[in-house]
Design a protein around this ligand. Sequence first.
Ligand code: ATP
Ligand code: FE2
Length: 330
Amino acid sequence: MLCLGIESTAHTFGIGIIDDKGKVLANEKSTFTTDKGGIHPRKAVEHHLLFYEFVLERALKAAKVKPKDVDLVAFSQGPGLGGCLRVGAAAARAISTICKVPLVGVNHCIAHIEIGKQTSGFKDPITLYVSGANTQILAYAAGRYRVFGETLDVGVGNFLDSFGRSLGLGFPAGPKIEELARKGKKYIELPYTIKGMDFAFSGIQTKLDNLAKSGKYTKEDLCYSAQETVFAIMTEATERAIAHINKKEILLTGGVAANKRLAAMLERMSKDRNVKFAVVPFPLACDNGVMIAWQGIIEHKAGRSHKIEETRIDQKWRTDEVDIPYIKSE
Ligand code: ATP
Ligand code: FE2
């Protein structure tokens, strides 16, 4: 069985094709980026409208398949930016109607988790899901992925992107901050904002913006200190989760999982705790159509599919609102 998955929640329009054994046939995408400044939602929509056909053609070509070979279409139904989600949903409805195949709308955040489980072979991890808009510590319990800890304000990716903007780094800033941080030498003290299992980043951001404006510190030291602080906060909360919940695996997933320093901190903590650690492979870390296609396969196997009238997008669809029929509780 082949599933074509469409991702369009924010900056990326992606199409992935995967089979039901987990073999990736195509992972094509086009991402809206800037040299300076953040992303404007309307600009992202224009980008998706301009590139979706091109991405689709490239994906079919890379997979060496024709539209008639596709057995299932999946798309990101939420959460995300309204206009962006609508482009993906419209494309998915059209392809499924033309190809006369079932359609499944999936939750983008759950897809970030499941692709990490698929690539790591983990069955029941505690997941640190770190991306632009989301930062959550999740684990499965009684029919859903439950949130054991999360950011109380912005997602860590958005934090990095906003801080990067004040340094004039453009979007996305995460990879550039990682690069600069490698050359940082001096740790600058920053607020360490963790409350139990939850944490917050906006106070750190204000402090960093002020430090950057003062002109007294190098970009390298600021990036290094920002990373060390926020990654330590998330590692501490994840460690607390693993200490309280009886799980034996830690999974790192989402766009910020591409960061080597964050992975190294979590790996070290997992070793100390004697639990397994895995990070989602780089091409599947940032938003991509493959994870949506894979989510489509596992949900469809569990009997889920949607009529066109059930495919309205949901901009605010939370991870812990999704019923998970395909995991059997003990
Ligand atoms: P969400 O999953 O919450 O909807 P999203 O879809 O915007 O968010 P992803 O594509 O999963 O997010 O992640 C994008 C984020 O990852 C951006 O904020 C980007 O700066 C960050 N990012 C990408 N690579 C790195 C890196 N090497 N280090 C740190 N951050 C990174
Ligand atoms: Fe994402």
